[in-house]
Design a protein around this ligand. Structure first.
Ligand code: ZN
Length: 274
């Protein structure tokens, strides 16, 4: 049988993409557009609490793809690093309760810590929380971030660094989240995606606006920027990835727009430009 013409069965939207909507509003709005998967951000869980949010998600039948986000392991003091691990174990517990099989890790960086040391803090932190992730049946996806965030958000900036990290940490519970926004520019992207193989746990899409007006909150809807998303999707699928395709867009402009209409645009952009 031919694939349905408008197949949204692999489409997932991050609650941060429709930031103004509460968790309950997002569930309703997504399902009305035949979007049956979401990645949940902790700030959208917070108002109801984990228990109530879990109940709401379960009753809706929504597929929970990931919980965003854990990480931020580097710290100047040992106490700070230990606190980060404790918080990450709690985030893993939350993911298990919400039915999210993956926690996405934004690994962290600190301008007072050199990048090599920060990467060691990250490796040590993930190594320390891995047994808890395994015990809870929750996988950890390291998301390399664009190097413009190497000051305060992530010392893991390339797929090469993420692959090196998962090689050292070697666990079925540790893999990579490939986000086109962060890695599209990388000359070695195709090779590193092939190297990651079945360790690609998540695939995030949006577009790179030209020009980008804000370093954080000016991501574009797919098809409105310069990233060749279908090409990168082809690579991750060739590497073996067959999971959800997650629309993750931080955009002051799009958050200010009518979220119902915006979801229709997301659906159309997914069908045409991914
Ligand atoms: Zn992402």
């Amino acid at each position: 049988m031919a694939k349905p013409i408008e197949d949204t069965s692999r489409l997932c939207v991050h609650t941060m993409t429709t930031k103004p909507l509460s968790l309950g509003e997002a569930i309703d709005a997504y399902q009305q557009k035949d979007i049956n998967a979401m990645t949940v951000w902790r700030q959208h869980v917070e108002p109801l609490g984990v228990k109530e949010s879990a109940k709401l998600l379960k009753e809706s039948g929504m597929n929970v793809v990931s919980l965003c986000r854990g990480g931020f392991f580097p710290a100047t003091s040992g106490t700070g690093r230990e606190q980060a691990r404790t918080e990450n174990r709690q985030i893993i517990d939350e993911a298990a309760e919400l039915g999210a099989p993956v926690v996405v890790l934004v690994c962290g960086a600190d301008p007072d810590i050199d990048l090599a040391t920060a990467r060691q803090h990250i490796a040590d932190g993930i190594h320390a929380i891995e047994p808890h992730a395994k015990a809870c049946g929750v996988k950890l996806a390291i998301e390399p971030l664009h190097p413009m965030y190497a000051d305060t958000r992530s010392a893991i900036c390339t797929m090469d660094q993420a692959n090196n990290l998962i090689t050292v940490l070697e666990s079925d519970y540790i893999g990579i989240a490939v986000d086109v926004y962060h890695v599209w520019w990388d000359h070695f992207l195709r090779a590193e995606i092939m190297r990651a193989q079945d360790k690609i746990f998540a695939f995030h899409v949006c577009d790179w606006r030209v020009p980008t007006r804000d370093l954080l909150n000016d991501r574009g809807l797919m098809g409105t920027g310069c990233i060749d998303i279908p090409e990168i999707r082809g690579w991750v699928e060739k590497a073996g990835f067959d999971g959800f395709i997650e629309v993750e867009i931080f955009s002051d402009e799009l958050w200010a727009s009518d979220q119902e209409k915006y979801l229709r645009r997301i659906r159309n952009a997914y069908l045409r430009h991914v």
